[in-house]
Design a protein around this ligand. Structure first.
Ligand code: ADP
Ligand code: MG
Length: 594
């Protein structure tokens, strides 16, 4: 094919690919436009996870009649005029790309009236072309309605997740903006759930509307919220250590009121909590960072959620300082459990670096008992990992196609109150007590659920819990998943639910907390597993004994026997190894006997 210039239509669709990844991206761009237009009220309504329809209405300044059509052309913006403006961008938008991008992959209708004009305009756009434009009576502000998203981009439509997942992305997004702009009244209606913030200007009240009163009351204010102070200025709310969560989804960062995604900021916050939280628990936080506009570059990616700081170190230490000093002031004796005191490992690398192991170790596999499966470097041949040690089982195993086997093990004792040391037919085995118990619980929960008669225990006193919109959406959509697990809950009006019965496995836990954590984990989990698997392994994780618990010899033996009975004993439901093996040969080599 000869080289030629792409038509506007094709090039817009290519550009749209970067800006509009999913329905939540549309909501993001429309909400940002409303905020840039100075709106004090923004209402978002979605249908069908946003694919069917997204409607964003604001009471901002509106678009002048003679500019409405222009707003849908590429690189048309009212927010920048020359290159030097790019050095200091005070608005959320600036690329003039969002509306034309949305228009190229959906149908849009806009009704708008500019503050200085008597009458408004109504414009219809289909696949980037204006199909209708008329005068239209309207109140000041703008209403954008986007329909049939990705109708003309089947490739993109295929990558969309379920309605519930897309809805929850939108909820997360609106929630973030509502936290960044507590002075704006936000409302969100997804068809199933709704959310409304008061727009009073108080961040704590916004948190109460989004999460719950209880959460809002247990958040600590950080930093002086004074715009005139030295920059970077860090302000916001962070949770008391007692209010931790099972994932990072409750940590939000805003740079000059723009929501940003940054591992560096997340790490700074987690570091500040070091010693205050148990391992794998995360704070809830809304952190606002105010910087001079020229100290941060927001023009990094079309989606505008990444930023580059001129001086990242200063931002890092400002966050650490603000959070740490607040935590120390409120909890004079940090509780240190599980985590190692001192400087933690390099932040961005998973701690899988084998050079840090004292012994060269490998995940257990029955194949490693066979010398031929281990190559010269002691690595297990990968085909051996797949085949050996497994036998095909009959189909009464709840969907497991292979049954893996463990050898009979003799328990020797506990190491670091975390691992069980055992002897087997070929050397020594170390079992991770939490991971192993998680596997045992997971398979038990799945078998119970499959039996149709889950072990369920009614609560003497039903528990009430408050759910945020994301959690509520999950509960509404996956009632059956929870019922199958023996978890009975009923709506009680608004965002309040009553837990009437819990799975037998959870009776010793704090069921409300376990359930909230479960919902959070489900909301966050990857896309591969089914919802019921996600729920089951989150429940297993809660019910499983923790690392750090002293176990008796009898308990360790019982757990080892239970692990041997599992269909997939080698890994926990998340895929971490439950057991590693130090073969007799390996021991001989390490001790110089061979
Ligand atoms: P950008 O936000 O980068 O300028 P957009 O494509 O999102 O680009 O919007 C183009 C222009 O349309 C904006 O610069 C603004 O002037 C106008 N506009 C879009 N949405 C609104 C709105 N809700 N209220 C007022 N003006 C708007
Ligand atoms: Mg914009």
């Amino acid at each position: 094919m000869p080289i030629r210039l792409l038509s506007d239509k094709v090039s817009s669709m290519i550009a749209a690919g970067e800006v509009i990844e999913r329905p939540a991206s549309v909501v993001k761009e429309l909400v940002e436009n409303a905020l840039d237009a100075g709106a004090t009220e923004i209402s978002v309504e979605i249908r069908g996870g946003g694919v069917e329809q997204i409607r964003v209405a604001d009471n901002g300044i509106g678009i002048p009649q003679d500019e409405v059509g222009l707003a849908f052309q590429r690189f048309a913006t009212s927010k920048l005029s020359d290159a030097s403006d790019l050095d200091a961008i005070p608005t959320l938008g600036f690329r003039g790309e969002a509306l034309p991008s949305i228009a190229s992959v959906a149908r849009i209708s806009v009704v708008t009236r500019h503050t200085g004009e008597e009458s408004g305009t109504r414009l219809e756009i289909d696949e980037g072309r204006i199909t209708d434009e008329q005068r239209h009576g309207a109140s000041q502000g703008t209403v954008m309605t986007v329909r049939q998203l990705f109708r003309n981009v089947p490739a993109r439509r295929k990558f969309l997740r379920t309605t519930a997942t897309e809805t929850s992305h939108i909820q997360t997004l609106v929630t973030r903006y509502a936290l960044a702009y507590p002075e704006v009244r936000f409302s969100l209606n997804t068809g199933n759930a709704s959310l409304q913030t008061p727009g009073s200007g108080s961040l704590r009240e916004a948190v109460a509307a989004i999460h719950s009163l209880n959460v809002a009351e247990n958040m600590l204010g950080i930093g002086p919220d004074d715009e005139d102070l030295e920059r970077p200025n860090v302000s916001g709310l962070v949770s008391q250590p007692a209010l931790s969560r099972a994932n990072r989804g409750y940590m939000s960062f805003f740079v000059n009121r723009r929501w940003v995604q940054s591992r560096m900021l997340g790490y700074a916050l987690e570091q500040a909590y070091h010693g205050f939280l148990k391992e794998r628990r995360y704070p809830m936080a809304v952190v606002n960072i105010a910087l001079d506009y020229d100290q941060v570059d927001v023009n990094v990616h079309p989606s505008k959620t990444e930023v580059r700081f001129r001086s990242g170190d200063r931002v890092f230490s400002a966050i650490q300082h603000a959070v740490r000093s607040t935590l120390t002031a409120h909890s004079p004796v940090p509780e240190i459990r599980g985590a190692e005191v001192g400087s933690p490992a390099y932040p961005y690398a998973p701690s899988r670096d084998s050079s840090r192991h004292f012994w060269p170790i490998e995940p257990f596999n029955a194949a490693s008992a066979t010398p031929s499966a281990v190559d010269g470097n002691g690595e297990i041949a990968s085909d051996a990992l797949q085949d050996t040690g497994s036998e095909t089982s009959t189909d009464d195993t709840g969907g497991y196609t292979h049954r893996q086997t463990l050898p009979m093990l003799r328990v020797l004792g506990q190491v670091q109150t975390t691992y069980i040391a055992a002897e087997g037919p070929d050397g020594m085995y170390l079992i991770d007590q939490h991971a192993a118990h998680e596997r045992v619980m997971f398979e038990r929960i799945k078998a119970d659920a499959a039996s149709g008669e889950p072990q369920s225990q009614s609560l003497m006193e039903p528990l009430t819990i408050e759910l945020n919109p994301i959690q509520q959406e999950l509960v509404e959509t996956h009632q059956q998943v929870f019922a199958n697990l023996g978890l009975l809950l009923e709506p009680f009006g608004g965002n309040v639910y009553v837990i009437r019965a819990v799975p037998g496995i959870l009776v010793d836990q704090d069921p409300a907390k376990a359930f909230i954590d479960m919902l959070d984990e489900m909301a966050q989990g990857g896309d591969v597993e089914t919802w019921s698997d996600r729920a089951a392994y989150s429940m297993a994780c809660h019910a499983a004994i923790r690392a750090g618990k002293v176990m008796t010899h009898a308990e360790m033996t019982a757990l080892t026997r239970q692990l041997e009975q599992c269909h997939q004993p080698h890994t926990c439901p998340h895929g971490r190894p439950t057991i590693i093996h130090l073969s007799g040969t390996r021991l001989e080599r390490e001790f110089g006997r061979r």
